[in-house]
Ligand binder design. Sequence first.
Ligand code: MF3
Ligand code: CO
Ligand code: CO
Length: 257
Amino acid sequence: MIKTYKSDEIKACREASKISSIILDEVNEIVQEGNSTDEIDRFCFKRIKELGATPAPLFYRGFPKASCTSLNHVICHGIPNKNKILKKGDILNVDVTSVVNGWHGDTSRMFKVGNISIKASNLMKVTHECLIEAIKVVKHGEKISKIGKKIDEIANLNNFSVVQDFCGHGLGKKFHENPSIVHYYDPYYDSIKFISGMIFTIEPMINIGKYNSKVLPDGWTAVTRDKTLSAQYEHTIYINDDKVEILTESPKGVFYN
Ligand code: MF3
Ligand code: CO
Ligand code: CO
């Protein structure tokens, strides 16, 4: 069963989504050489609170921090750490989920530290394109598998690979719920359709090398097995009749940094 909501029921979800996007706009200023990923997390925690929300990750299934910070070959769920110091050439995903009145708004973006390699820059650009083009596929009645088809197509064209072990998800009053939104083509999702009123994320993770991942002994940090760079962008989406709304679109617009 996929939950659906009327537009006037999701005010708090819109608010949570907006807060998450504003915080990512602000994070841009502090992703700088010499700062630790823990400093970025403390900034996110402070701003989420100041804006009247709470951070969903904190203590979620035992996760110890308010945000996820995934550096270079970390695919997702990187744990902010005071000993992880940013250096020139790094690429970092910061993933923020704010909660307002129980409603979640989940978004992530890539940031660069100083000048980065052309390869890393291209990976970020292509990953953002995967997200934006996948959003364009969404409409009431469309097969959910179309998302993975589109992302596979773009990633393959660029000789990158699509992570399979982590996926997008329905959300609302829960952080993660049905349906799963996989980012590669899976015929199982030919039979599941998008419906008006649903809220979900699309959050492709794209690797320069192979798609294979593993989770480190901390139980969270997912990395590429071949240690190649990985990038991710995420938006929370709402299907409002024939409109598709990006709830986590920044007031400044959509960009990939
Ligand atoms: N925000 C992540 C997502 O996109 C989930 C993080 S779960 C956590 O679904 F516990 F690591 F925070
Ligand atoms: Co998510
Ligand atoms: Co997220």
